[in-house]
Design a binder for this molecule. Structure first.
Ligand code: URA
Length: 239
C-alpha cells in the first residue's frame, strides 16, 4: 500500500506549501478518516484513507503533474547555479521541492513540457517501449524532400551511426518558409535537429506541441503553467 506523510498529502491536495500544510495540521483543521490528526508525519494510505480540511473532503492525489509552455532560454532541469530552469518558473502555489521536468527540451526549444514529482510516470512517458509519440513543429532552412521524409519514416541513421526509430513526418511550406511536423517516440540528444540535419535541412526553430494525445494549451503564455486535469493525464498515454 502506498504510504505518504500527512503534511505532504495535505500540501499536494490543497495546493498549499508544506509549511502551510503543517500549520493547518497543528491547528487541528485536518482530519483523517473522520478523526482530527495533529501530527504532520501521520502515515496516509493514499488508496484507502480519506482526508478533510475544515470539514471538506479531498480526493487524495499522490503526485503533481504540471503542463508548462516552455519559453526559449530556460533549461530543462530542476535547479542550476546560473541559468533559469523550468522548475524556477513554476507558479508558487504549485512549487514543491521534489519537482523535475519529465524529459528534456533544448534550451532554445519551446512548447509543451510536463513537470512532475512522479518518477514512474516519467519513465513510462519517456521509454520508447511505451510508444508515446511527442510531436514537434520544426522551422527549417531548406525543404525536406519526399525521399528525406521516407528516410525519416523508415527510421533514419544519423551522421554518427545512431539509428532512430521510425518517425511520423509531414513536410509543408507556409508563407515561403519550410516546416516539418515530426513525431518521435524516443528522446535522443538533439534528436529532431540531428534527424533533419541528416537530410540536409537545419532546424531554425523547434516547438513541441503534443505528447500522446495531449496538446499544448495554447492559452498558456510562454513560461506559464497549470496542473493537468485527470483526463489530460490519461490522454498522455493515448494516441
Ligand atoms: N529534439 C531536439 O533536437 N531538441 C529538442 O529539444 C527536442 C527534440
Amino acid at each position: 500500500m502506498p504510504k505518504e506523510r500527512l503534511d505532504k498529502i495535505t500540501a499536494l491536495n490543497c495546493s498549499v506549501s508544506r509549511r502551510d500544510a503543517r500549520k493547518l495540521i497543528k491547528e487541528g483543521r485536518v482530519s483523517v478518516n473522520g478523526q482530527v490528526a495533529l501530527r504532520a508525519e501521520t502515515e496516509i494510505d493514499t488508496q484507502t484513507d480519506t482526508i478533510a480540511v475544515d470539514g471538506r473532503q479531498y480526493a487524495i492525489k499522490e503526485h503533481l503533474y504540471i503542463m508548462m509552455n516552455k519559453p526559449a532560454g530556460v533549461i530543462s532541469a530542476s535547479e542550476d547555479k546560473n541559468k533559469t530552469t523550468v522548475v524556477d518558473l513554476v507558479a508558487p502555489e504549485l512549487k514543491r521541492r521534489s519537482l523535475f521536468p519529465a524529459g528534456r527540451l533544448d534550451r532554445d526549444t519551446t512548447g509543451l513540457i510536463i513537470i512532475t514529482d512522479d518518477g514512474d510516470f516519467t519513465h513510462r512517458l519517456l521509454s520508447p517501449s511505451h510508444h508515446v509519440y511527442k510531436k514537434y513543429i520544426a522551422k527549417l532552412d531548406a525543404p525536406l524532400s519526399g525521399e528525406s521524409v521516407r528516410r525519416l519514416e523508415a527510421g533514419i541513421e544519423l551522421e554518427d551511426g545512431t539509428k532512430c526509430l521510425p518517425a511520423r513526418v509531414k513536410a509543408y511550406e507556409e508563407n515561403g518558409a519550410y516546416f516539418a511536423e515530426i513525431e518521435i517516440r524516443e528522446g535522443k540528444y538533439h534528436q529532431v535537429k540531428r534527424m533533419t540535419a541528416a537530410c540536409g535541412s537545419h532546424v531554425e526553430e523547434l516547438r513541441r506541441v503534443r505528447i500522446g494525445a495531449l496538446a499544448l494549451d495554447e492559452t498558456l503564455a510562454p513560461g506559464e503553467c497549470r496542473e493537468l486535469t485527470p483526463s489530460e493525464l490519461t490522454s498522455l498515454f493515448n494516441d
